[in-house]
Design a protein around this ligand. Structure first.
Ligand SMILES: [Zn+2]
Length: 345
């Protein structure tokens, strides 16, 4: 079982990495999933630009036992050990007394000559790599030139010009630019999505990672339009609504994160009905403004009690997503309950 503290650590980690380096993160996750990671990288960028976060994200993507759409989960045993620097196959060295000594590099090499404790992949990270002594550089060089097994080396530096050219020429250099995504607002600006979607994202999350998942491949826009199709049928031909769930909504409900967002969207849709019905709204406040007419139509056909009943069905059943019920069964059950409330005289 995972606890609240572990979830907080995971959320902080993902918030930082996706906020600081959304593009680089995405790039590496893709590389790993296409099996195109090379064996040595140099990350060059100022302090605070997210180099170590991305290095750990790479390790997590390689070792995660429970990836969510190619991205690491952040909470499995491997992920949590990587976040807290306790994974036996992800080893990091940092300068001691301002230098990285040859003994430290030897230690690394010894560690890696041992057979993998938890699988054959290994990653080492050298913090402030410019602080290696010349003999450390030379010792490392041999290692990088003749990697044994499935090893990825990641060197982090703020001063690329202090790294020996022989090392530079043998690593792939990734420049880390300081980005200006201070918060979700900044992050959303990079997507040219309309205001309605921006508002919707902000109602659903303040987490940059989740926002990133929602906007990727236009997922949020698509799922929203599927729900609107479903709602249209609930108004006009509700026996057909199950087909939308099976054939249009389910293909977009692959990960647990997506499923949770979909359930939230259902509740927001009926929250709109509730607000219209009890006249608590201003049209601009509706989440699903573009189907305002359908929402009014639904509101007019339902009694006060029915509006309340439907909303409480959705809010109650939302919790069942945590149980071992299949997501399709859950949606079909909600669909069925809504229809029976509507039909009840
Ligand atoms: Zn994981």
């Amino acid at each position: 079982m995972i606890n609240k503290k572990e979830l907080d650590i995971k959320d902080n980690f993902f918030n930082e990495v996706y906020k600081k380096q959304p593009e680089v993160s995405k790039h590496f996750v893709k590389l790993i999933n296409n099996d195109q990671l090379t064996h040595a990288y140099l990350f060059d960028g100022l302090a605070g630009s997210g180099k170590l976060y991305v290095a750990k994200l790479i390790a997590m993507t390689l070792f995660c036992e429970n990836k969510q759409q190619s991205y690491p989960c952040g909470i499995c045993d491997n992920c949590s050990r990587i976040i807290s620097d306790q994974h036996p196959d992800v080893i990091m060295i940092s300068p001691e007394n301002q230098t990285i000594k040859v003994d430290q590099v030897r230690f690394l090499k010894q560690e890696f000559s041992k057979s993998g404790l938890e699988g054959s992949k290994k990653i080492f990270i050298i913090n402030e790599a410019e602080k290696m002594t010349n003999s450390s550089f030379n010792s490392l060089l041999k290692f990088i030139e003749e990697p044994t097994g499935n090893i990825t080396s990641i060197l982090l530096t703020e001063h690329k010009n202090l790294i020996l050219p022989t090392i530079l020429s043998r690593t792939q250099i990734v420049e880390f630019h300081q980005n200006n995504y201070d918060d979700l607002d900044e992050y959303l600006k990079k997507y040219s999505v309309n205001n309605e979607i921006v508002h919707l994202v902000k109602k659903l999350t303040n987490n940059v990672q989740i926002a990133n998942l929602m906007l990727e491949d236009n997922w949020l826009m698509e799922i929203k339009s599927k729900l609107e199709n479903w709602f249209y049928l609930m108004n006009n031909n509700k026996d057909k609504s199950f087909i939308i769930i099976q054939s249009e909504i389910m293909p977009l409900a692959k990960s647990r994160d997506q499923q949770e967002i979909i359930i939230k969207l259902f509740s927001m849709l009926y929250q709109d009905v509730f607000n219209v019905h009890f006249k608590k709204y201003n049209e601009n406040d509706l989440t699903f403004q573009n189907i305002c007419e359908q929402i009014k139509k639904m509101s007019n056909t339902l009694s006060d009690q029915k509006v309340l009943d439907i909303l409480s069905v959705i809010l109650n059943d939302m919790k069942k997503i945590k149980h071992n019920l299949s997501f399709q069964n859950l949606l079909e059950m909600i669909n069925l309950k809504i229809i029976s409330i509507m039909d009840n005289n």
